[in-house]
Design a protein around this ligand. Structure first.
Ligand SMILES: Nc1nc2c(ncn2[C@@H]2O[C@H](COP(=O)(O)OP(=O)(O)O)[C@@H](O)[C@H]2O)c(=O)[nH]1
Ligand SMILES: Nc1ncnc2c1ncn2[C@@H]1O[C@H](COP(=O)(O)OP(=O)(O)O)[C@@H](O)[C@H]1O
Length: 406
């Protein structure tokens, strides 16, 4: 599926049309046609591997463009193969990548990309890493200031360090004494943050207690890409925005046993001025009303006795004392170093190896019929299984297939 397109030129970088490229001498580049557009992934090899750059040729206007690219980008690789799925995303299989980093999706017309195109009024594509199995939904934890969200999250992360990762938000509020930049928050200023929000870098953002807070897409993807379940500590407005977004989450609202207890905890923490304490307590009334009544949250927990609340949280999250549910998302067993091309038919993608290695290798099929999630975040539901190349014929599995080579 290759088509003529004129010479691409952007910011002084020149590249011949996709049809003329010689992948051996110029590095790995794939072209994929989606309706009126041709998506070109990768470019001339600069000696450090292809950076999987993306360019788009619009057949209707005859113009090239470099789209806005959302999501965490894949690390460079020696080469890749590409195949279009569902007319809205391109499956990219990286060569010589670690097993849990070889399967990626470049969304070109998914619901998230369509939304972002409207907001940003430009060509948009989004990267999303593919993971085996259903993975686990990110967890949103909300509740009024001082209710104990941070305390509960710390306990969870200490007990299950390999399972959970914290989504580090951005905020314009000043750091507290023990808070570290990049660990508790990315501390930033209003102008920078507003610019980043306009550029589509944030999954959600809200004005809370007089400061701007927000979850960047990168913050969530950094956690999910490390194979951990993402925890977001965000306010009720943020929880509402996330629920309305395409990120599929589990949401939990934490209540205090009483308003008086909340006030006591907030004052005992001693991190806010009296004025800030008053503001947080005033806001707590509305937050509690919204949190409890709107059906916004999947679960509501009362944090009276800390240990009891923590055990209830663990039950909701499906944890028991001895299990650390990490590593559920690895793609172990998939050999990414020697494949040559992909063939797709009926939502199954066959990974072809070069003929020399075929005799000693097992073939793998990626079943993409039950994909879930996607940008922003990972694409879950990928199933991988091996087939014996000597007992199955390619045609038998896939019928008359189309093939896209690197
Ligand atoms: N919407 C949104 N709220 C956030 C985010 N990060 C933190 N918050 C919320 O902002 C509020 C104030 O947070 P913070 O200043 O750390 O105070 P604390 O909750 O009293 O520790 C809390 O309700 C947090 O859940 C974010 O990225 N987005
Ligand atoms: N169940 C509880 N009982 C008594 N104090 C608590 C409880 N949970 C948390 N705290 C205390 O309340 C204060 C506020 O908790 P924190 O986790 O900072 O709240 P949040 O993150 O929701 O603002 C902290 O000093 C914490 O030690």
């Amino acid at each position: 599926m290759r088509e003529e397109a004129p010479e691409f030129s952007h910011d002084g970088f020149h590249c011949v049309s996709p049809i003329e490229l010689d992948s051996k001498s110029l590095g790995c580049q794939t072209t994929t046609i989606v309706g009126e557009k041709i998506f070109v992934v990768g470019g001339p090899d600069d000696g450090e591997g292809s950076c999987l750059s993306v360019r788009v040729f619009d057949k209707s206007t005859g113009k090239w463009s470099v789209p806005t690219i959302l999501g965490t980008k894949p690390l460079p690789c020696k080469g890749h193969s590409a195949v279009l799925l569902n007319n809205d995303r391109i499956l990219i299989l990286k060569q010589d990548a670690l097993p849990d980093d070889c399967t990626w999706f470049l969304e070109v017309d998914s619901p998230f990309v369509r939304d972002q195109k409207k907001i940003l009024e430009t060509e948009v594509v989004a990267w999303s890493k593919g993971v085996k199995g259903d993975g686990l939904k990110p967890v949103v934890i909300s509740g009024p200031s001082g209710v104990g969200k941070g305390t509960l999250i710390s306990k969870l992360m200490n007990e299950f360090p390999h399972t959970f990762g914290f989504s580090v938000s951005h905020t314009t509020r000043a750091p507290r004494k023990k808070e570290k930049h990049g660990v508790h928050y990315h501390f930033t200023d209003q102008i920078t943050m507003e610019k980043d929000i306009r550029e589509g870098k944030f999954l959600e953002s809200a004005q809370v207690h007089g400061n701007l807070y927000g979850t960047s897409i990168e913050a969530v993807e950094a956690v999910t890409d490390s194979g951990k379940r993402c925890i977001l500590d965000i306010d009720v407005q943020g929880a509402r925005s996330v629920k309305a977004s395409l990120l599929d989450v589990m949401s939990i609202f934490i209540c205090p046993p009483s308003y008086e207890d909340l006030e006591k905890r907030l004052r005992a923490r001693g991190t806010e001025t009296e004025e800030q304490v008053q503001k947080r307590l005033r806001n707590a009334t509305a937050e509690l009303e919204q949190g409890k009544s709107s059906g916004l949250f999947d679960h509501i927990l009362v944090n009276d006795d800390l240990e009891t609340c923590y055990q209830n949280l663990k039950t909701i999250l499906g944890l028991n004392e001895s299990s650390d549910a990490s590593n559920q998302t690895s793609m172990e067993g998939v050999e990414c170093s020697t494949f040559q091309s992909l063939t797709e038919k009926n939502q199954k993608v066959l990974i072809h190896y070069n003929s020399n290695s075929l005799e000693s290798k097992t073939l793998f099929v990626l079943d993409v019929s039950s994909l879930k999630g996607g940008a922003p975040g990972r694409t879950r539901g990928l199933s991988v299984y091996a087939i014996n190349p000597f007992t199955y014929s390619t045609k038998g599995i896939l019928g008359n297939n189309k093939e896209i080579n690197c």
